[in-house]
Write a protein that binds this ligand. Structure first.
Ligand code: GLA
Length: 344
């Protein structure tokens, strides 16, 4: 097990570092302190060939200019908040609108666009991990409360990549953190993800308005394009439905301790996602255009898919959704583990 740290770039005199966590089977997870962004995950295919299974760039400049949140931490609140506002204790809180009139992924300068600091590096016989932190000030993007956030990235010798968040505030604030990696198990983004097979322990999903906000309904998946209780490919799932004609960009309600399994028959790669979060947003890269990727490939529509484990989007405006509010003095925790394997 090993960790390598390098300088990745610089913004306005501030250094951005990159960390590569390696296990003894060649698996490697790299991330940078800008946005806590996961830039590369090398995982073996069924022949032991290591390839990158997330979309990433070579340079910091591309991460700064890019608007699709490749690999980044989305926060303080991932997803959309309708009309960029919510009420709490009788007061209206106004956030930065950064997608039309709505607030998306924490605002104009979300957690994806800030530099995180190294807190702790640890190397053990069976795991390596790095913890980074960000101090989000009271009023940032409209959010109340000074929020101290830690994100820990751990790679184990069993092929698991674990992301753990911890957040503490001095005033009540919503917190909903997720990682926005675009996975493509074909390796180095060779093919679109439409032939990936997905299985999710989710009996319900959240239908969306035209602005991609939850309508408030929690709908059973039976007989819909959202039924992934039995494995099927993304393409099969999408079917001919009007709701999914551009692909998926929808929250699924996970069963308690429900897992998600993504696999790719061509390469044999599998990824199992386990989380303590209540939902997962499946986003199939519907808005991606032809960005040049690290490793020589190009992005483009459906070249990667995100499985954003999180609380329900826009929960602050739907009292019947589980709350994402963190009270002053409380510690909020969230964890997700991605385990990579192969199937013959
Ligand atoms: C999330 C949203 C999508 C899109 C991407 C970023 O997954 O749900 O609608 O905004 O982020 O491009």
């Amino acid at each position: 097990m090993d960790i390598r740290k390098e300088i990745f770039g610089e913004i306005e005199g501030k250094q951005v570092d990159s960390y590569s966590l390696k296990n003894d089977h060649g698996m490697e997870v790299s991330f940078i302190t800008y946005g806590g962004t996961v830039t590369k995950i090398l995982a073996p295919d069924r022949n032991g060939c290591l390839e990158n299974v997330v979309l990433g760039f070579d340079t910091l400049d591309e991460y700064i200019k890019h608007t699709h949140y490749f690999g980044a931490i989305a926060g303080r609140v991932a997803g959309r908040i309708g009309n960029a506002r919510y009420s709490w204790n009788g007061k209206t809180v106004e956030l930065t609108p950064n997608e039309g009139r709505n607030h998306l992924h924490g605002g104009s300068i979300g957690f994806n666009h800030v530099i995180w600091n190294e807190e702790k590096v640890s190397v053990a016989a069976d795991r390596v991990s790095v913890t980074i932190s960000y101090y989000s000030r009271n009023g940032e993007e409209g959010y109340p409360g000074n929020l101290k956030v830690d994100a820990s990235y751990t790679l184990t010798d069993k092929g698991s990549f674990l992301i753990e968040y911890q957040a503490e505030t001095d005033s009540d604030t919503p917190v909903n953190l997720t990682n926005h990696s675009y996975f493509n198990l074909s390796g180095d983004a060779k093919y679109p993800i439409l032939d990936h097979t997905l299985q999710m322990e989710a009996d319900a999903y959240l239908p969306l308005t035209e602005e991609n906000l939850p309508t408030g309904e929690i709908r059973h998946v039976e007989g819909t394009p959202f039924d992934f209780r039995q494995p099927r490919t993304i393409l099969e799932g999408m079917g001919e439905s009007e709701e999914t004609k551009d692909g998926y960009d929808h929250p699924f309600v996970l069963k308690k301790d429900g897992s998600v399994v993504l696999s790719h028959a061509g390469s044999g790669r599998t990824m199992t996602v386990e989380t303590d979060q209540k939902s997962v947003v499946l986003y199939t890269g519907n808005f991606l255009t032809g960005e040049r990727l690290s490793g020589g490939g190009t992005a483009g529509r459906h070249k990667g898919l995100c499985l954003e484990t999180q609380g329900y989007p826009d929960a602050v405006n739907h009292p019947h959704f589980p709350s994402v509010m963190v009270k002053a003095g409380e510690v909020d925790r969230a964890s997700t583990v991605y385990t990579f394997g192969v199937k013959e």
